[in-house]
Structures are given as C-alpha cells and as structure tokens.
Ligand binder design. Structure first.
Ligand code: HEC
Ligand code: HEC
Length: 363
C-alpha cells in the first residue's frame, strides 16, 4: 500500500476515487520497466480489478496513512501543545466551568454521551454534541454546515452565549494574565502575541490529531479474513448493497460531508436555514462519519436514538415521508437477521483507543 497523503481542500469523492485507483494499481502490481536506453523508468499500469468485485470494494475503505493539515495552518509540535492545553482549559469559558472537552470528551468518543449538549448555566442546547474524531478529514462543520473550517469553528463555541459565554476581548485579557500561556503562544506563533487567529489555529491543530484507532474492520480490509465475524461480513455486503448505506456513508471515514434529510420526526430545519430554497435541504443534516460509532450513543443530531439497533430499525422503516426526505431513504424490507448483520458490521468500526492524558493547566 503506497503512502497516501490528502493535502489541501481536495473533494472527498475525488480523493477517494484517487485512493481507490492507486490502491487498485498497487493491488494489481504496477509493472515497472527500466528502460535502459532512455534512463527514466516507464510505469505501465496493469488494468484495475473489475469494478464491483469484492476486492475493489474493499479498497474504498482503506485508511489513509497520514493526517492532512492545511497549508494555511501546517502542523508543528508547539501548536499541538498549545492547542491541547487550550482545549482542556475551563478558563476559556465565562463561568470557568467548561472547556471544549466538557462536550467533546475522548472518554465519550469525543462527544459528551448526552442527547443534547449542556452549555453555560446548565442550559440544554438544541442539538447533540457531535464527535470531533477524524475532523481532520472534514470538509465542512456543524450539523447544518455553518462552519467552513476547524480554525473558524473553534472561536464560535467560546463566544456563544449558550455555550462557553466568553467574549473574545475578555479571553485575550485572561490568557495574557497567565505567564505560562505567553510562553506557549510565543513558541507556537513567534512574535505574534496572543491572538484569536492563534487560538483557532492551535485548537484546530490539536483537533486534527483526534483520530479513530485501528479497528477490527481495518484488519479485515487488510486481509485478515477472521478479523470480523461472518455476520459482520454479511452486514458489510448489505451496507454496500441492499441497504445502500454507502451512498451517503462513503469511504474509510463513512461520510460524504454532505447533507440529507433521513426522515427524523423532529422539527429542526438544519441545513434548510442556509439553503431553504432547495427542497431537499429542508431538515437535512450533515452525514456523520461512522468510525468508533458504538462509543457515542445516543445517535443523530437530536440524540433521539439510544442504540444502533434503533438506528437500523429507523432506516428499515424509512422514517417520515416528506418532500425533503432523501430519495435513498425508503422502506428497505430487511429481515431480522439482516438487521442484526448490519449492527454487527457497525460494531467492527470501533478501534482501540489510547488513554489520553489531560494536560497540566498553565499558571
Ligand atoms: C456546551 C457544549 C459544547 C462546548 C463547550 C463546545 N462544543 Fe463543540 N459542539 C457542540 C454542539 C452542540 C455542536 C453542534 C452544534 C450544531 O451543529 O448546531 C458542536 C459542534 C462542534 C464541531 C463540529 C463537528 C462537526 O463534525 O461538524 C467542532 C469541530 C466543535 N464543536 C469543536 C469545539 C471546540 C474546539 C470547542 C471549544 C473551543 C467546543 N466545540 C466547545 C457542543 C459544544
Ligand atoms: C441519504 C443519505 C444516508 C443514507 C442512505 C444512510 N445514512 Fe445514515 N445518516 C445520514 C445522515 C444525514 C445522518 C444524520 C441525520 C441527523 O442527525 O439528522 C445519519 C446518521 C446515521 C447514524 C448515526 C450517527 C451519529 O453519529 O449519530 C448511523 C449509525 C447511520 N446513519 C447508519 C446508517 C446505516 C446503517 C445506513 C444504511 C441502512 C445509513 N446510515 C444510510 C445519511 C444517510
């Protein structure tokens, strides 16, 4: 498997197509002929496996080898250290009681384990706190897509009255009064001082390192035929076949970074707040990735489903029929065994996860 690095704002589908074709070529074994007379080797690609074959399907699910960081905010260890410290620091909130980790906690699959987030003054938010796992590959953020980048997103919850309720000027003042923060910012952004842009870049850098661990599914994709059960293997076939889950939950991280109405009964208009004229965007929400999925119930933007069994049951019935509902969501006619197979497959997507040490807070 060649090293594949996604960099810059590549479209996921394009990147995946590229990943699939490179992997297919690797699988088939590109033949390299050393052309003695010309000098440079000439590579003749061997035809890729037939589309639709089990092997080419598996290639679409191979994990990338590296985390992508944008050219506008390249990785440095100093930014990571500062970002992690800020992420866990409750002094970023007006009440001094909440940090990003209060709602995006590694112990809860980088969510909070609640149906709806709980913000400043213990007030319930409108939606569930999504995971930030694999956000490095995200193309657009929030359930309704209102944040274009992790850098910009980070400054939102800090200032939002309902979340951390901390005006940015007050935050800059507070951070400037903490000597060790001055040192951390100077190391990460020499000569720039403590700025909102620096806070966003540092937190985004830390978030990009929150990636899902190697899962039984990955071992199976890698060729270990016994890594997942026969039931889960049937579930994988259903996911990509009869149940059509893969039309929206695309590729190794299982998302198309797009918005769909899957027929949930609640009244939240989601993406419709921005693209109200498009019928299909009314009540549409961002497709969540499915990595580590069994760690973060309850599910959906409204936290309305407690188990993966309930999720599969929902897809089997097709939910509420209305003009905005995706054409792909309709009664599936799954048998009891097929539903169990789908759930067994979904459970193979949770990997080993390392214990994450909380940083010492600067004084
Ligand atoms: C009070 C709970 C709470 C706190 C504190 C909080 N968030 Fe969130 N976060 C949420 C909720 C709820 C959403 C979804 C809101 C929506 O889509 O309308 C969200 C969405 C996000 C997303 C988008 C994820 C995606 O895939 O679309 C990111 C990234 C994120 N938060 C990072 C942060 C960072 C960084 C901080 C700290 C600066 C933070 N959050 C603080 C509750 C919280
Ligand atoms: C039309 C696109 C589409 C199809 C097809 C689809 N999903 Fe989804 N899926 C979504 C969207 C969008 C959400 C989030 C919906 C919301 O919260 O309003 C979601 C949510 C989920 C969740 C909850 C994730 C979380 O973090 O809360 C799971 C699990 C899931 N889907 C599994 C499946 C399975 C299994 C299938 C096939 C039976 C499937 N999906 C088919 C788009 C789709």
């Amino acid at each position: 498997m060649p090293n594949i690095v996604f960099r810059g704002p590549v479209l996921r589908s394009a990147a995946l197509a590229c990943l699939a074709s490179i992997a297919a070529a690797a699988l088939a074994g590109s033949q390299t002929f050393a052309a003695a007379t010309i000098g440079a080797p000439i590579t003749v690609p061997v035809p890729a496996p037939q589309k639709g074959s089990a092997e080419s399907l598996k290639d679409e699910y191979r994990r990338p080898a590296e985390i992508p960081f944008p050219a506008s905010n390249p990785f440095t260890p100093e930014k990571l250290k500062l970002g992690k410290t800020l992420y866990y620091d409750t002094r970023l909130s007006g009440s001094g009681a909440q940090s990003c980790a209060s709602c995006h906690n590694p112990g809860y699959g980088w969510g909070d384990g609640l149906a709806k987030g709980v913000g400043d003054g213990m007030k319930e938010l409108k939606r569930r706190s999504p995971t930030i796992v694999n956000a490095a590959w995200g193309l657009i953020f929030m359930w309704d897509g209102r944040a274009p980048s992790l850098e910009e997103q980070a400054l939102g919850p800090i200032q939002a009255a309902v979340e951390m309720n901390m005006p940015i000027e007050k935050l800059l003042e507070r951070l400037n009064s903490i000597t060790e923060y001055k040192t951390l910012f100077e190391a990460a952004f020499p000569g720039e001082g403590i700025t909102p842009a620096g806070i966003g870049k540092a937190i985004a850098t830390f978030e990009r390192t929150a990636i899902s661990g190697w899962a039984p599914f990955d071992s199976w994709i890698d060729g270990d035929a016994k890594a997942i059960s026969a039931s889960a293997q049937r579930g994988f076939a259903l996911f990509n076949g009869k149940a059509q889950c893969n039309t929206c939950h695309v590729g190794w991280n299982f998302t198309d970074d797009s918005f769909h109405d899957i027929g949930l009964p609640d009244a939240d208009i989601g993406r419709g707040a921005f693209l109200g004229v498009a019928v299909k965007m009314r009540q549409a929400f961002k497709t969540p990735g499915l990595r580590d999925i069994s760690r973060r119930s309850p599910f959906m933007h409204d936290g309305s489903m407690a188990t993966l069994e309930a999720v599969v049951e929902h897809y089997d019935t097709g939910g509420v029929a209305r003009p905005s509902r995706s054409d792909l969501i309709k009664p599936l006619g799954l048998t009891v065994e097929e539903k169990a197979d789908l759930v067994a497959f979904l459970k193979t997507l949770s990997g080993s996860s390392d214990v994450i040490a909380q940083p010492i807070q600067p004084r």
